[in-house]
Design a protein around this ligand. Sequence first.
Ligand code: NAI
Length: 301
Amino acid sequence: MKDIRFDGRVAVITGAGGGLGKTYALTLAARGARVVVNDLGGGKDGTGAGTSMADQTVKQIVEAGGEAVANYDSVATPEGGEGIVQAALDHFGGVDIVINNAGILRDKTFAKLEPADLESVLDVHLKGGFYVSQPAFRAMKDKGYGRFIFTASAAGVLGNFGQTNYGAAKMGLVGLSNVLALEGAKYNIRSNVIAPIARTRLTEQLLGPMAVALDPECVTPLVVYLVSEQCELTHQILSVGGGRFARMFVGLTPGWFAGKGAKPAPEEVRDHMDQIRDPQGYIIPDGIADEMKIMLQQLQG
Ligand code: NAI
């Protein structure tokens, strides 16, 4: 198979001033993409702003012979999202790839979580995914091509102590991507989720001795493949970090069918709980239709 290239393609990468996003920007540009390097340039808790982070990534791309433009809008507002995509349209005439990567942390245990910690984290991660992706989706739909990545986290898909706000926002992105994958299918628009683990400013104090093996560059190859023309995958969640690549998924067990329209006693549900939960013979639905099909078959006997 041919090498993966991005000549003629335009990529928008949010939060590309540092950490994981910067590695995506450098690699996509080195492989021919024209890149909008978005970064608000603030602190890891979402406070502050500045231009130097995005500028630094652009400088590195240009020095290496690539093409990129900086954008300093926040993903956390509808205007910011529009502005980021407009930068791609204005400078490069289109948008083919969106990597939703910008992120912040406001970790607190649930009992101590303040409304402001919830709002800022939902705004950047979850609403940011909507604000940037919607104008891009409209442009991609017209063109009949698009590749989306949403950055979730094991903290949401699996759960992690002290991260209710972050976990909920990240799992929300799984829902967004799953629906986008279905709505985008007929326009050749693919949407996938990654749950990365890497040593960046967000995690450097959290990873302990594992940190040494967790270069952000270990995540980059998967993301580059997923946003390429060669990748036909959609509706996926992939876990990646430190040299390991794996699939995460939502599965559906065969469960227990109590009978058409049955209303069993709670005790009967209790007594069938092992069967309900038994993963033997599970499926991985590609959408709600797959579950409805099973229900229909059971209801029709
Ligand atoms: P990072 O802090 O180096 O990168 C995040 C970037 O987003 C920063 O450069 C920051 O300035 C930018 N940003 C923050 N708020 C923004 C806003 N409103 N608008 C535009 N840019 C904004 O951290 P890292 O680790 O590279 O994170 C990238 C993504 O990966 C985040 O979504 C994070 O939640 C996610 N992630 C990272 C993990 C890890 O192990 N590093 C684990 C799971 C998820």
